[in-house]
Write a protein that binds this ligand. Structure first.
Ligand code: GRF
Length: 208
């Protein structure tokens, strides 16, 4: 059984997709051992409570220094004893100690086809604004392992989504979530839970 800790900052629709997939069996062999938010108003916390999942809030704002936050954050994660940490719209930078300790055991969903529209400053609506202003015709989402860089770790799954005439960043964001994020994040967790993902030469390989 794969114990997963899900880290969130906002609405938690990706968290909901994971909860639903665990409950309906699309994700097998997996238990959500806790949800951690940096934002006490995140609706994601409500979603966790409704499903009887332990939830915690830990914000950098409650600490004098980043080092103190990082230490307490790592302790909170460790306490859950997760096999896998899932960043589902989590907007806090992962401390290097955590990346090191959980090497190839942290995954993130990013709302673009990496390496397009990723890295520092590309989060939330900004990603979709940039895609529209560049005029690309295909966008999408990526699930990847987290390393020391921003959106640089091994890519596990990607799914493309068409841009349509007249799209606004909000409309495009919603389509990318519905057609890509909510599908590939649960799928990636299921693959990992069933031993189907390994990292070789810095690249993730899906075993058949
Ligand atoms: C998603 O677009 C995710 O890719 C991004 O932040 C958003 C989170 O949405 N990193 P939600 O909180 O899962 O609804």
């Amino acid at each position: 059984m794969l114990n997963i800790a899900v880290l969130v900052s906002g609405g938690g629709t990706n968290l909901q997709a994971i909860i639903d997939a665990v409950e309906n069996g699309e994700i097998s062999n997996t238990r959500i051992c806790g949800v951690i938010s940096n934002n006490q108003n995140a609706y994601a916390l409500e979603r966790a409570k409704k499903h009887g999942i332990k939830s915690f809030c830990i914000s950098p704002k409650s600490f004098l220094t980043r080092a103190e936050f990082n230490q307490s954050f790592l302790e909170t994660v460790d306490m859950l004893e997760p096999d896998l940490i899932v960043l589902a719209g989590f907007l806090v930078v992962i401390p290097p100690e955590m990346t090191e300790k959980y090497r190839n055991r942290i995954i993130n969903i990013h709302p673009s086809l990496i390496p397009s529209f990723c890295g520092t400053g590309y989060y939330g609506l900004k990603v979709h604004e940039a895609a529209l202003s560049r005029g690309v015709k295909v966008v999408g989402a990526t699930v990847h392992f987290v390393d020391e860089g921003t959106d640089t770790g091994p890519i596990i799954l990607q799914k493309a989504v068409d841009v349509e005439q007249g799209d606004t960043p909000e409309v495009l964001q919603r389509r990318v979530m519905e057609k890509a994020e909510w599908k590939i994040l649960p799928r990636a967790i299921d693959l990992i839970a069933n031993g189907k993902v390994k990292v070789e030469d810095g690249k993730a390989v899906i075993l058949q």
